[in-house]
Design a protein around this ligand. Structure first.
Ligand code: ARG
Length: 583
């Protein structure tokens, strides 16, 4: 089912261009820059005229004359140097909206080329507190994962825990230093473990011997030392518990909870392939793969360090091999900040040389940092790194200011208010992130991000809840949705906006850019608001007009709910607003 006006018009234009002997690659329309003049415009006449050395207005007029014959067209004009401005018939728009409203995918198509995508996001490290840096990776990754699934791709998401590097040896050696042995390890909870890591970190910065000791322990752990393995298992399990709880609260989900450690068993194979292919060499005791140096020097991939241990390069290469072998991955996408740009360049080039991912698209999506008002990475008041739990709590506190107290609204006791608080707080955090393009960093708006107004998650949730309440009232009055009729300009504008949905989702998918969806959700909510102010739903004499407007309202509700879903945000049925607090 093709319900997209652009596609319908492009097809129509293609036929016309063929008939007129014009090159069909110029048979494309775009949403008009001048909605007062037209709905869509085709600028093909200008390009064609240049090639054929003809007058663009003449070509434009030829196209326009043909277009006017079409059933769906209300009017066509040739303006300026040769722009063809197209206005669709109201009935045509209305009929299309009816079809979209009745389609379970709301008129959204799927990709022509469904494939297996592994998404590598989150990437928290065992024993370290999760901080806002891990927020973006999780939030963006989750949104991309939902968008990719929705368009029909087979997604496998993996958290790829940092659970195998030197920090592990650092903690173990710090525990031994303080206690003399590892006897108590199994009793430690996440707070104690994190504290050991903090102290280990300080010590290793100041003390070369401590650093060397941590390195040795890491190597022995990786080599299978039973005592270290047992301690590490516990540290890892406790950390995972905390990480899971954090991601669960944020509604960030993973199919796989693999970590760097799971790749260890495949690292040997990677080294073997490198040796068989003769692409590795020994350099200062380490085994490396040299990389091409185009315009900037690129350090080699290090497969084995001089102490015999594998590296972050090796585990990532092994993980690629596992993902290709086990899941037949066609595409693997990583989401991290820009500090890992070089790492992934090296890993991708290494994978190519090793031939472990033939025809697999490897992509690193780099996001900017979350900054405070001072433009520097976001910190707590005392200058520390803001951990995720604190951030969620802070967001909840903000939201509480706008919500009634438990018991103030009928049916909303403590548990209901708490659930709503959490849904809104998470929406505020996620939307503030996703409304920005991935590549750009953003300033964390402490004051405004959880407001029910402006470009925020709660604003969109509120728009949905407001429509829900209209729908409840309408149902109470026995009013049912019916065929769309377009009379007022606000109805027309809203209908055209709704008809863009498929295109928006497809763009968000091809560009892997959830902000396209966030933008659309926000402008759709605004367009609805204008419509709702101008076009009463219940208080019209004309019953068919009420039914039509009800259908539009319901469709907006469904589209906004879908958009929130794709962003990883819940849409509560009801939003409460405190009477005298803030908003
Ligand atoms: N653990 C890493 C970090 O905190 C991110 C992991 C990214 N994924 C990967 N396959 N290397 O920086």
């Amino acid at each position: 089912m093709n319900l997209l006006f652009e596609n319908i018009l492009n097809k129509t234009l293609e036929k016309i261009f063929e008939k007129l002997n014009l090159e069909t690659k110029f048979a494309v329309v775009k949403v008009s820059d001048r909605p007062d003049l037209s709905d869509f415009q085709c600028n093909g006449a200008l390009a064609l005229a240049k090639i054929a050395h003809k007058n663009p207005r003449e070509i434009g007029t030829m196209i326009a004359d043909e277009l006017k014959q079409e059933n769906c067209i209300d009017s066509v004009s040739v303006d300026g140097p040769g722009f063809v401005n197209i206005k669709l018939k109201d009935e045509f728009i209305a009929a299309n909206i009816d079809r979209i409203a009745q389609d379970e995918r709301l008129g959204c198509g799927k990709t022509d080329n469904p494939h297996n995508i592994v998404l590598d996001y989150g990437g928290p490290n065992v024993a370290k507190n999760m901080h806002v840096g891990h927020l973006r990776s999780g939030v963006i990754g989750e949104a991309v994962s939902r968008i990719e699934r929705f368009v029909g791709n087979n997604v496998i998401s993996d958290v790829h825990l940092g659970d195998w590097g030197t920090p592990m040896g650092m903690i173990i050696s710090e525990i031994i230093r303080q206690n003399g042995n590892l006897d108590k390890v199994l009793s430690y909870n996440i707070d104690q473990i994190t504290e050991f890591y903090k102290q280990a970190n300080i010590r290793c910065k100041e003390d070369e011997t401590a650093k060397e000791n941590a390195r040795i322990i890491t190597a022995e752990l990786q080599d299978g030392n039973a005592e270290y393995q047992k301690a590490w298992q516990h540290l890892r399990a406790e950390s995972i518990k905390a990480i899971r709880a954090n991601y669960q609260e944020l509604d960030v989900n993973f199919d796989l909870w693999w970590g760097e450690s799971d790749a260890h068993k495949t690292c040997g194979e990677i080294v073997k392939i490198a040796r068989d292919k003769n692409i590795s060499e020994i350099d200062n005791g380490a085994e490396i793969i040299r990389l091409e140096e185009s315009n900037k020097p690129k350090p080699p991939v290090i497969l084995i360090k001089s102490d015999g241990g594998y590296t972050y390069h090796t585990t990532d290469l092994a993980t690629i091999k596992m993902r290709v072998d086990q899941f037949k991955a066609d595409e693997i996408v990583y989401f991290t900040d820009n500090r890992q740009t070089l790492h992934f360049e090296q890993v991708f080039e290494g994978a190519e040389k090793l031939g472990i991912a033939p025809n697999v698209k490897l992509k690193h999506i780099v996001f900017g940092t979350v900054n405070g008002a001072d433009g520097k990475p976001f910190k707590t008041r005392d200058g520390g790194v803001m951990n995720l739990e604190t951030l969620i709590e802070m967001s909840k506190d903000k939201v509480r200011q706008s919500l009634p107290e438990a018991g103030e609204v009928e049916g909303y006791g403590e548990a209901e208010i708490e659930k709503l608080t959490s849904q809104i707080a998470v929406a505020a955090i996620k939307f503030q992130d996703l409304k920005n393009t991935i590549a750009s960093g953003y300033v964390f708006e402490l004051d405004d991000f959880a407001k029910f107004e402006g470009k925020t998650g709660p604003y969109i949730q509120y728009a949905v809840a407001r429509i829900n309440s209209v729908l409840r009232k309408a149902a109470g009055n026995g009013l049912e949705a019916g065929n769309v009729v377009i009379k007022a300009p606000e109805e027309r504008i809203l209908a055209l906006k709704l008809a863009q949905l498929h295109n928006i989702v497809m763009r968000a998918h091809t560009e892997k850019e959830p902000s396209i969806i966030a933008d659309y959700a926000y402008t759709l909510a605004q367009t609805f608001s204008t419509f709702y102010n101008a076009c009463p739903i219940m208080n019209t004499e004309d019953k068919s007009l009420s039914a039509s407007r009800l259908r539009l309202a319901k469709l907006v509700r469904d589209v906004l709910t879908l958009m929130l879903y794709l962003l990883g945000i819940e849409a509560p049925e009801v939003m409460l607003k405190a009477e005298n607090k803030g908003e």
